[in-house]
Ligand binder design. Sequence first.
Ligand SMILES: Cc1cc2nc3c(=O)[nH]c(=O)nc-3n(C[C@H](O)[C@H](O)[C@H](O)COP(=O)(O)O)c2cc1C
Length: 192
Amino acid sequence: MNVLIINASPRKTGVTSALLSEIETAIDPEHSVEAVRIYGLRIKPCIGCLKCRPDKACALPDDDAHLLARKIKEANVLVIGSPVYWGNIPGPLKTFFDRNVTLFEYAEAKSMNYVPTPQLKGKKAFLVITSGSPFPYNLLPSQSGGTARALKTVLRAGGVRIVKTLKVPDSYNFPAKKQKYLENARKIARSI
Ligand SMILES: Cc1cc2nc3c(=O)[nH]c(=O)nc-3n(C[C@H](O)[C@H](O)[C@H](O)COP(=O)(O)O)c2cc1C
């Protein structure tokens, strides 16, 4: 299977990166694995023209939004790691999603009277969400609950099945509970 790991943290040595690299290392070598850092990509913001509806290419010049969309199409499994930013996902990941509406769903018309068709059925996703807030506050909709909702909104629109969401609280004290969360990360790798 093709596994694509998407890291939405800007910090190469942060908590999200530590968990994602643990997953990457522990994935069975029979799978093909690629890891992408969202902050290493150049993606212009969506201009809201909706020329992409129903299934046309984005009107903006080719950039890494197209490149990552191709990688997602080729993947069977997505592992998305995101820190909680204001109870949401970091801006560059949101910018990528905005640029790729038609990667996820097909809609007949621009009007609101349509039923979009998911475009990524058959793919599975695992989510890793890290937050500064400690347990159980991290689970609130204003904390990692909001980040999970943002990711699930987009993935479910695409028909992607979310297998597991690992929510890691209290990232400022990560070293104290590191081993436990790295084991949780390895469990994700083993279930791919
Ligand atoms: C701009 C910004 C906004 C943040 N907002 C929240 C928040 O709403 N809730 C929270 O629990 N932590 C918040 N944090 C803390 C991060 O989610 C937390 O430190 C995370 O684990 C960082 O991941 P990293 O080490 O992979 O960079 C915020 C951090 C930044 C930089």
